[in-house]
Design a protein around this ligand. Structure first.
Ligand SMILES: *[C@@H]1O[C@H](CO)[C@@H](O)[C@H](O)[C@H]1NC(C)=O
Length: 330
């Protein structure tokens, strides 16, 4: 299948370009849709604003805007669907005393995805591009990787989910068209089953402490002052970190403009924090943070941008660890 798709643009170049129909802009639009440009077949982990602008009409693709409803109302990428981060993450469904930022109910998530036009059936495989905001601290940026993780749990293979590099600010800084028009999604059938293969619970994490010399690392994405216990976040009962955990503050994976650092810089950052003991295939890295937001950023960088296939995710993070009486290290 792929070779013939790849050939299409080349063949198109051989067609006579002098016909009157080809000069009409309508015909041009139809041609644009019929022939997927070569660049659009490369759906990577992060996509640029220019790629998105060029390719969004060519692919079975849903662009999801994770910013607040207010921000979306002011201006958004044409055709993008508003799904503010909090309902997707299930944060807003949490009762008092519950763990924050846990994964949503699978059936709710699958129904939601179908309703916004994400198909997953033998005949459809919609791709998704996530659009986050940018801020300091980097919570808006972390929404992209967190929702990517949620989509992995939903059963979407990782190769179908990308993040717009630099989020919505990158789109506007390139002066690409934006709108206030709200699209009406065409529902599709979403059939899948939950993927829990990368999720680990508190007992699992407890069994993996002090194993750095066996290539098993716990990597904490919180800021250094939180990790070392000089700041106590509101959701944790006790300061410090999981014993033997290493620290790689997730804020450092982004440039100040909210775009991801290069893979070269990201790998250097990882080596600086945990040395050369961490291997892509040998041993394991368990990511953790305060409640599971920044850990999603580490999960994204390690698995999608640096190609690690041995990463596990501890969603309970410091909130569960400190509140259930497990030992904290300073
Ligand atoms: C903890 O981290 C903060 C921020 O980097 C630093 O200023 C402080 O000195 C550190 N404290 C300890 C005890 O290491």
């Amino acid at each position: 299948m792929l070779p013939s798709l790849v050939l299409l643009p080349a063949i198109a170049g051989l067609l006579p370009s002098v016909s009157a129909a080809a000069l009409s802009s309508n015909a041009q639009k139809i041609e644009d849709r019929a022939i997927t440009p070569l660049a659009c077949l490369f759906f990577g982990d992060i996509v640029s604003p220019w790629w998105l602008n060029r390719c969004k009409q060519h692919l079975d693709m849903v662009v999801i805007d994770l910013r607040s409803a207010e921000e979306y109302a002011v201006s958004h990428i044409p055709g993008s669907i508003s799904a503010p981060f909090e309902p997707i993450s299930a944060w807003s469904q949490m009762g008092p005393g519950d763990l924050l930022l846990e994964l949503p109910e699978y059936n709710d998530l699958a129904a939601f995805l179908g309703s916004i036009g994400v198909g997953n059936s033998p005949s459809t495989a919609t791709k998704i591009v996530l659009v986050n905001g940018v801020g300091v601290p980097a919570f808006p940026q972390a929404a992209g990787p967190r929702v990517a993780l949620t989509l992995k749990f939903a059963g979407l293979s990782t190769g179908r989910v990308a993040i717009l590099d630099g989020g919505f600010p990158a789109w506007t800084s390139e002066s690409l068209p934006s709108t206030t028009e709200v699209p009406v999604p065409v529902p599709k059938t979403f059939i899948s089953s939950p993927d829990r293969s990368f999720l680990v619970d508190i007992n699992y994490v407890a069994s993996k402490i002090n194993k750095n010399r066996q290539g098993i690392f716990i990597l904490d994405g919180r800021d250094q002052a939180v990790y070392n216990g000089s700041i106590l976040e509101e959701w944790a009962q006790r300061p410090g970190h999981i014993p033997s955990a290493k620290n790689l503050p997730t804020q450092k994976v982004w440039n100040p403009d909210g775009s991801f650092k290069s893979t070269f810089e990201l790998l250097a950052l990882l080596r600086q924090q945990i040395g050369y003991g961490a291997s892509r295939s040998y041993g394991e890295i368990i990511v953790s943070c305060g409640v599971g937001g920044y850990a999603s950023g580490l999960y994204w960088v390690l698995t999608r941008m640096l190609g690690f296939d041995n990463v596990k995710f501890f969603d309970g993070s410091a909130q569960q660890w400190s509140n259930e009486g497990y030992p904290m290290e300073l």
